[in-house]
Design a protein around this ligand. Structure first.
Ligand SMILES: *Cc1c(COP(=O)(O)O)cnc(C)c1O
Length: 433
């Protein structure tokens, strides 16, 4: 019934995460409360790290996509597990650096990096910029020249793959705000421009085809397309590129209806596809980077809420109101994402009622889920949402001036406060009276 190995039920019948009783955490830290099991994060890191070494070679490694969950305490874990970090803003880079993450293992992404962010990242000597467009290439080269440095870059390429259809519509994904498309010739043209820039060193290519993908097939196709493109460019321009960064996107199960992806098997299939291309071209296998985000942190997270009221509307639905909502987890409001929820002290009881979980914002779209199977709820219950490690805290807002919840990490059987609950004071700290 419980989806993940890290979530269990103890002898009192209480839900646990990483062996720690969720009810005692709720009473100690209050609700809403984000919990992150760092042992689970480590386990996910190791799955990628080991499979990538085995199938791609010892120089290949995963870079954690920070946007899935970014707070200072995540970076020591990621660093200790030997991952790089993929950052998409000056704020994420700052967080990583302040937490002691090594600059040389940071990849800087984004389709519109500002001049200020580029300067900051150059000054911090981050390892690699993933350049999106011609204007960025020009600006980055100028700013690198001013500093007398040669910056390593990858170019973001749009391979023209739609991961959510079985037929690869080679035009569908060309319509993207990210990168340069191969089929239109834009990709080759930005390669030619990059090679003319004296303060940039083109190491290779990057692509990211989407998120919450459950099949190996789109990743295999992506690996083939990018590998072929790299081999073509190396032949035509002699650019000597040796790095392929194939992005993130492996899916995780949120409900019992979702499949669990065998990540090592996907990596193995991608490696076989790459090897076939490079064998045919008679060149060596490149260094491969993958950028998992969701599949590193999602199943390590649980969010706890307190039920305020239960409204049973006969013949319609049952609204269960909680003390959080779209401000701490906007994913249902944004994407109608489904979750598994349990009442934390009755997790073993049958989930016999179908409910709608409503958030506290003055907004009828502030829901956390509809038609969710739940144990019969009542006011005062602690409601646990599972698999909330990714794209919850990182997407949280202060809408309705709701302070953001704290993060408590659990690991090796003990709990630590990692991010404090926001105070009213925090809410007005930038306001000028
Ligand atoms: C979002 C993103 C990722 C991570 O995607 P997940 O689905 O969380 O694994 C990796 N790379 C880039 C460039 C991204 O934008």
């Amino acid at each position: 019934m419980i989806l993940y190995p890290h979530v269990d039920v103890n002898e009192k019948g209480h839900l646990t995460l990483g062996g720690v009783d969720c009810l005692s955490l709720a009473s100690e830290y209050g609700t809403p409360l984000y919990l992150i099991d760092t042992d689970a994060v480590r386990e996910n890191c190791r799955i990628y790290r080991e499979a990538m070494r085995k199938y791609f070679g010892v120089d290949s490694y995963p870079a954690y996509a920070s946007k899935a969950l970014c707070f200072s305490g995540i970076y020591p874990v990621i660093k200790e597990e030997g991952l790089g970090a993929d950052c998409v803003s000056g704020g994420e880079i700052y967080t990583a650096l302040m937490a002691g993450f090594p600059a040389e293992k940071i990849f800087f992404h984004g389709s519109n990096k500002t001049r200020r962010e580029i300067c900051e990242a150059l000054d911090a000597r981050i390892g690699c910029f993933v350049v999106d467009n011609e204007e960025e290439l020009e600006l980055l080269n100028d700013l690198a020249r001013e500093r007398g440095v040669v910056q390593n870059i990858l170019l973001r390429i749009t391979p023209g793959i739609d991961p959510h259809t079985h037929k690869y519509v080679s035009t569908g994904r060309i319509d993207s705000k990210f990168g340069s498309a191969i089929p239109t010739g834009a990709a080759e043209s930005i390669v030619a421009s990059a090679l003319k820039k004296n303060n940039l060193n083109l190491e290779g290519f990057h692509s990211h085809i989407g998120s919450q993908i459950f099949d190996a097939e789109p990743f295999v196709k992506e690996a083939e397309v990018l590998a072929t493109f790299m081999a073509d460019m190396n032949e035509k321009y002699g650019c000597g590129c040796t790095v392929l960064d194939l992005g993130g996107g492996i899916g995780v199960p949120y409900t019992k209806y979702d499949r669990r992806v065998d990540r090592a098997a996907v990596i193995k299939e991608m490696a076989e596809a790459l090897k076939a291309v490079f064998r045919e071209r008679g060149t060596e296998l490149p260094r491969v980077i993958l950028e998992p985000g969701r599949s590193i942190v999602a199943d390590a997270g649980v969010t706890l809420y307190t039920v305020g009221s239960v409204k049973r509307l006969p013949g319609m639905r049952t609204y269960v109101s909680v003390d959080g909502g779209m401000t701490d987890d906007p994913r249902y409001a944004l994407y109608s994402s489904r979750y598994t929820a349990v009442i934390a002290d009755r997790a073993c009881e049958e989930a016999s009622e179908l409910v709608t979980i409503a958030g506290r914002c003055c907004e009828s779209g502030d829901l956390l889920g509809e038609e969710l199977e739940l144990q019969i709820p009542k006011a005062g219950d602690i409601l646990a949402f599972l698999t909330t490690g990714a794209y919850n805290y990182s997407m949280a807002s202060n809408y309705n001036r709701v302070p953001r919840p704290p993060i408590v990490t659990v690991g090796k059987g003990k709990a630590d406060l990692a991010v404090m609950r926001e105070s009213y004071c925090d809410l007005i700290k930038n306001d000028i009276l």
